[in-house]
Design a protein around this ligand. Structure first.
Ligand code: TEU
Ligand code: CA
Length: 559
């Protein structure tokens, strides 16, 4: 397996709207990020993935772009971006942009032109269809954000496709002019010196041109995924993108590939495929839905172990993994996979970090995860800003598919707004995020959970993440070692061994709030071995096979 910088890197995701406000308007911005570069340097990360910063009417917080070569007014100017990029580079931090090219905003000039008339030169930049004979939508597909995936436009009496909101019309990648435009725009950013792209729903850019009806689940809309995820030409398009843009620069690329299987991942991110460096798979964060993605249940550890181990083992020597517990679309890691009670929050946050950061692949930290930030105690639908949450509430409660109480449980557990509350910097007003009124409320627990309190404290979650990142830099076996799951049937403990040459690392994580006893191979010799990291102070009883609640450790030796 070839060595490369992006395999050795740790990525930190910034959701700019919620990171740091510099001018008191309640919205995070680029100058706010500049103020916090030293914090990131201190944590030790190598790469920032910036969620979208381009011009956008913010129907979906920047994932609806109206101008790819301009910065969103609320976030600052292109000069601010150039300053941010330069200052990050001076500190040895790279920046990935979020490339959102499955769709644009309906306010993008291409779409404004496209909808003007059937003969407009931009018409074929998007996917327009006639309605069915009876006047209904061209097919039964539902959008990811509720409702039909088709919107009728009275101006030309046709429908356009939008797999997300109706303000996010899908681009028509079949049109070579669209590809030219996208590749030229990417090239423009690369010339500016950015270091790579995270590619939004890149698995959806090619659609089955027959646009067949999808299977109807939950009595709502038809499922578009078999016809527009890993569509017929997706790999052709990515190879073209690679040839025309990516291969000319030393970039890091990660595809957000909803619905990806191992087999598909090897095509997107195979070492010899010349498409992308790695992909995000969703199996471990999507194995739990009851009503679509909605649930209020805790994930099942056995399932989680099976899924993550499968990805570790089956990409071995053929493609590269990306590792994450959460992002701006997922609930907070500690609330979902750990335990956010005051008794166990720190312990379980550190346990989760150990489990993920000792695996093979490039780890992604979502802002605030390194502090053990938690879900928000939402009590009313009016507190949400997220379009997915608001639309789902309306469709599912309004349509009688679930009760109001149940839906609030679902949203408290899984709404994307859990991850989007402002970063908690200190215990002052608005957690130091803004001098104004934040666009989304600060979590009331900011006095107990904030960066100021943790940075200097060697026992904090922050210091623990810092240590994990430093270990990755020191031990090749963490980056390149093989992975082997042990205790595969245990429903309480996630344990595995990494190995490279003579080096071994044993990782043991108790995912429960109980003390448990296990029989671990090699455990009798643990006492003589070196604890690289351990989330309890003082001596452990691990060598006797006894694990305290949420206890986790990585133990190193040479064979
Ligand atoms: O998300 C793509 C995606 O697959 C979503 O369905 C995601 O799983 C969902 O938000 C979880 O409920 C990307 C972005 O990450 C997301 O923020 C955008 O809203 C979406 O694309 C559209 O651009
Ligand atoms: Ca601001």
């Amino acid at each position: 397996m070839n060595k490369t910088w992006w395999k050795e890197a740790v990525v930190y995701q910034i959701y700019p709207r919620s990171f740091q406000d510099s001018n008191g308007d309640g919205i995070g911005d680029l100058n706010g990020i500049r103020q916090r570069l030293d914090y990131l340097k201190r944590l030790g990360i190598d790469v920032i993935w910036l969620s979208p910063v381009c011009q956008s009417p913010n129907d979906d917080n920047g994932y609806d772009i109206s101008n790819y070569q301009d910065i969103m007014n609320e976030f600052g100017s292109m000069k601010d971006f150039d300053d941010l990029l330069r200052e990050a580079h001076e500190k040895g931090i790279k920046i990935l942009l979020d490339l959102v090219v499955n769709h644009t905003s309906d306010e993008h000039s291409w779409f404004l032109e496209s909808r003007k008339g059937r003969e407009n030169p931009y018409r074929d930049y998007y996917i327009w269809k006639e309605g069915k004979e009876d006047g209904g939508c061209p097919n039964n597909w539902g959008s990811c954000f509720s409702g039909s995936a088709w919107e009728y436009d009275s101006q030309t009496q046709m429908y356009y496709l939008h797999l997300f909101s109706k303000k996010q019309p899908d681009l028509n990648w079949e049109n070579p002019k669209v590809r030219d435009e996208v590749f030229e725009m990417m090239d423009w950013w690369c010339e500016k010196g950015i270091d790579g792209f995270r590619m939004d729903v890149i698995s959806m850019i090619s659609k089955d041109q027959a646009f067949p009806d999808g299977e109807v689940k939950d009595g709502l809309y038809g499922d578009f995924t078999p016809y527009s995820i890993h569509g017929p030409r997706v790999h052709e398009y990515l190879k073209e993108m690679n040839r025309r843009v990516l291969s000319k620069y030393d970039l890091m690329t990660v595809g957000e590939t909803a619905g990806v299987t191992i087999e598909e991942a090897k095509k997107y991110a195979g070492e010899a495929q010349e498409e992308l460096n790695m992909v995000f798979h969703f199996e471990h964060v999507e194995s739990d839905g009851e009503l679509g993605k909605w649930t209020d249940q805790k994930p099942n550890l056995l399932k989680l172990k099976q899924i993550l181990s499968k990805w570790q083992i089956e990409l071995e020597n053929s493609a590269w993994n990306s590792l994450y517990w959460d992002n701006h679309d997922q609930p907070r890691a500690v609330s979902r996979f750990g335990n956010d009670s005051s008794e166990f929050r720190e312990l379980s946050a550190k346990m989760l970090a150990t489990c993920l950061h000792m695996m093979k692949g490039t780890p992604y930290i979502y802002q605030g995860e390194e502090l053990g930030m938690t879900n928000y105690p939402f009590s009313d639908i009016s507190q949400f800003q997220d379009i997915e949450s608001k639309n789902a509430y309306e469709e599912l409660v309004g349509g009688g598919h679930t009760s109001q109480e149940r839906m609030m449980e679902y949203l408290r557990c899984k709404s994307r707004d859990n991850a989007r509350t402002p970063m908690q910097w200190n215990d002052k007003e608005q957690a130091g995020f803004t001098n104004g009124i934040p666009w989304l409320a600060v979590n009331p627990n900011f006095k107990e959970i904030n960066a100021d309190q943790q940075i200097e404290d060697p026992a904090s979650v922050f210091s623990y993440y810092k240590k994990l990142i430093a270990l990755r830099k020191k031990y090749d076996v963490i980056v390149y070692g093989d992975y082997e799951l042990i205790l595969p049937e245990d429903t309480r403990v996630f344990a595995y061994i990494r190995s490279l040459g003579k080096e071994r690392i044993l990782v043991i994580c108790n995912f429960t709030e109980q003390e448990v006893s296990v029989t671990i191979p090699e455990i009798d010799r643990i006492e003589e071995k070196e604890y690289l990291i351990h989330n309890y102070k003082g001596k452990s009883s691990m060598h006797q096979g006894i694990l305290k609640p949420y206890e986790a450790a990585a133990i190193y030796w040479k064979k």
